[in-house]
Design a protein around this ligand. Structure first.
Ligand code: PEP
Length: 255
């Protein structure tokens, strides 16, 4: 049984006071976990405070990035152990904004996935095609290559099975989402690729869709057999909308 996961990616938004106000409101609405995991990935600067605020609650904490080294002279970088120390269980790796704007390569993504797994964090591996790649009919090839590269040589410890987020680059923050059918088709492919690359049964993998998800379209994405939740940017910034989105995702466990 795969538990749905709704993950908020706040990107570079919210000061830590705003993060705490959000958490307070979310905890009032969301007292029991139900059958849906809820994860908040704030900026690094809010991790420690948010970690303390949600400790013992059903809300989970994640980071938006991690560095592959354990410690040392790496100015500006943050290790897996530092994230765990703040209460993180998950970390987003290879988001298209990092691949695009920070020129993060497949090899760097792979090093980060390995560091996350070695450091007791569950990686949320992001893959997705650009609009040019989509128009050229390359979607499946692009996401399969990104996933294979991310998992290359990874030993996946029990209990830390990666999550994969299919996020078409053109759908992120654009208000233009993929169709539920397209998301379903790519999610099914990623499941097969995961099985092949990680040597773990593909039906245990949780696949998220990301790209302009909101409370009014999440149910469509989760209707099929293969999409287990969402990575949510814009619609996770306002607590009322995020609560409506979680509500709409409840009751959609996959066997
Ligand atoms: C994201 O940043 O991962 C994302 C999916 O953003 P948005 O929901 O705003 O499209």
């Amino acid at each position: 049984m795969r538990k749905p996961l709704i993950a908020a990616n706040w990107k570079m938004n919210k000061l830590h006071r705003d993060a705490l106000v959000f958490a307070e409101k979310l905890l009032l609405t969301f007292k029991n976990q139900g059958d849906c995991e809820v994860l908040i990935c704030p900026p690094y600067t809010s991790l420690a405070a948010l970690g303390r605020a949600i400790e013992g609650s059903p809300i989970l904490l994640g980071a938006q990035n991690v560095y592959w080294e354990e410690q040392g002279a790496f100015t500006g970088e943050i290790s897996a152990a530092m994230l765990v120390d703040c209460g993180c269980r998950y970390v987003i790796i290879g988001h298209s904004e990092r691949r695009g704007q920070m020129a993060e390569s497949d090899q760097e993504v792979n090093r980060k996935v390995k560091a996350a797994l070695a450091g007791s964090l569950i990686p949320i591996i992001c893959v997705g095609e650009t609009s040019e790649q989509r128009e050229a009919g390359l979607t499946q090839e692009v996401v399969a290559t990104q996933l294979q590269a991310a998992l290359e040589g990874c030993a996946v410890p029990a209990g830390f099975w990666p999550v994969v987020a299919y996020e078409p680059v053109w759908a992120i923050g654009s208000g233009r989402s993929a169709s539920a059918e397209d998301a379903e088709e790519v999610a099914a492919l990623l499941r097969r690729e995961f099985e092949e690359a990680a040597k773990i049964p593909g039906d245990t993998l949780r696949v998220l869709y990301g790209g302009s998800v909101k409370s009014t379209n999440i149910a469509d994405f989760m209707q099929g057999e293969n999409v287990d939740g969402a990575l949510v940017g814009g619609a996770s910034l306002e607590v009322e909308e995020f609560c409506r989105l979680i509500e709409a995702a409840q009751g959609r466990k996959k066997t």
